[in-house]
Each structure stands twice: as structure tokens, then as C-alpha cells.
Design a binder for this molecule. Sequence first.
Ligand code: C2E
Ligand code: CA
Ligand code: CA
Ligand code: CA
Length: 281
Amino acid sequence: AAKSKTAGVLLYSPSLDSSSTQTLSLLTDLRHALQHGELRLFLQPKLDATSQQVVAAEALVRWQHPQRGLVPPLQFIPFAEQTGFVRQLTLWMFEEAARQWASLQLPGQPVRVAINLSTRDLLDQDFPQRLAGILKQHGLASSGFCLEITESAIMDDPQRAEATLNRLAAQGFKLSIDDFGTGYSSLAYLKRLPVSELKIDKSFVMGMATDESDAKIVRSTIDLAHNLGLSVVAEGVETAAILAQLRALGCDEAQGYFISKPLPAVEFNAWRTRWDTRAPG
Ligand code: C2E
Ligand code: CA
Ligand code: CA
Ligand code: CA
């Protein structure tokens, strides 16, 4: 009994029995959602912490369900990972980002779009080739994109992950380690992998104003990243005070509700224009 529908709320437990009829029905629902345009790509800006310019945007999926409303990713991504459906979802997100990429560019700093990958993508031999195909179809360069991979997705099968990441890096994608500090990543792997960015998990960033250990973890991660020649992004920046603290610590980029919540792609440029022309301070 892994899925329950109560008062229009979806609850999908990550421990679904993949043979159950309920699982099949959710998989059917997800396939239907993909085919009938119910999935939405939202974007959340990443700022250069010093200049406060928008330098990138993270693509985050939502499911606009006809009855249940906007379903957040944590209610279906774990299931999509279990069933392997996430591979189609990743490709859909990349394709959608490629389709919208040009419209997200305003004069000035180009905005790189970051896509979240799953373990399944890293294990799929054809994945790098598929991304190359989508880029070609849209006439875009890989340098316009960043790929975010969690530590745990890499550590699932480090050797295969490394092989895929090497190919993606060779194709010119910027690679970022997501949720840094929450998984069991090995620093030896970190050193070997062709990544150029670390994202400090939001649990540490949100805690840094009140919790001395969180503040120390954030500070050490920024130093570690810089010592390894990587740039560092803090996610979960919810206040001006934390943004200022991060800037003082030399953090390169910031992302969080204080700057903007994830927005539907069509609202992103309007937000960016307001942000760029806002009164300083
Ligand atoms: P994530 O990749 O770590 O994404 C960051 C999450 O933190 C997003 O939640 C974002 O809305 C939220 N967030 C951003 N700023 C703040 C803040 O200041 N405070 C707080 N409390 N939260 C903030 P969201 O969109 O619900 O996504 C949750 C997770 O679902 C993502 O975590 C990612 O693991 C997964 N996910 C979302 N979209 C995709 C996708 O297209 N593909 C895959 N594979 N996973 C996705
Ligand atoms: Ca992410
Ligand atoms: Ca994250
Ligand atoms: Ca996360």
C-alpha cells in the first residue's frame, strides 16, 4: 500500500512495490502527463553573489494535474526514479529548456539553464548522445547548459557515473554537484570528476544564521570548493542577511526564495527585468 489519494492529495511512498496495480496506474498517469502537456518547466534564478546579476536558472519540474493542481516534484520524482520513467522526464526537461533557451536570453549576461539529472541518466549509455541530438536539433551549444548531479546519484555506481560525466564534460557541459554535504561523496572522486561547481545543500544555508555548525560547514565547503578550483553556489537563500553573509564568505553564486521562487518560464523574464532595474539595496 504505497499510494493513497486523500482529499485530492497525492502521497507516493518511495517504497512502492513495482508490481502493484497502483504503481502501474501512477506510471500510466505520468506517461499521460508527459504526452498531454501536463508537465511544466519552472525556473529559479542563480545570482552572481557579488554583482547580483542573474547568471543561470535551475529548471525544476512541476505536474499541472487537471484535478489535483500543481503537484511538487518530491511527490513523483522518487517514483519516476524507481520505475526508470525519470529518463524520459530528464529528456523532456532538457528538450523543453532547449526550446525555451533563446527566449530566456536578454541583452547582457547569458543565462545558463541547469537541468537535474538522476542516477538512471548516468547509467544510460545513450544519454550523452541524446543530449547532443537535442542540442543539434535546436542549434544550441552545450555551454548554455549546466547539469546538476547529486552526490548520491554518483556514488550509486561511481565508475559508470564517472564514465558518463567524462563524456558529458567532453561535450562541453558544465557539471555541478548538487546537495553537497548530504550524501556520502568521497573527496577522492570529487577530485577526479570533471565538475566545475558545488552546490551547498539548502539545509546548511538555511541554518547558517542561527546554527554555528551549519555556518562552519558552509564556510569550509566554500574553502574546499575554491581550493579545488570549483565555483560554489548556495541554495536555500531565504534572507538578505544570509545573502550578505555568503558574499562575505566569498560564495560565488546564490539561489533561493529571497531572490525568487521557481517561476513558470513565461514569468521568468518579467521577473528578471524587474530584478535588474530594481533600486539598489
Ligand atoms: P533540488 O535539485 O535540490 O532543487 C532545489 C529545491 O529547493 C527546489 O524544490 C526549490 O524550489 C527549493 N528551494 C529553492 N530555494 C529555496 C529556499 O530558499 N528555501 C527552501 N526551503 N527551498 C528552496 P522543488 O522544486 O520542490 O524540487 C525538489 C527536488 O525535486 C529537487 O531538489 C530535485 O531533487 C527534484 N527535482 C525537481 N525537478 C526535477 C527534474 O526535472 N528532474 C529531476 N531528476 N529531479 C527534479
Ligand atoms: Ca538541483
Ligand atoms: Ca539541491
Ligand atoms: Ca535536494
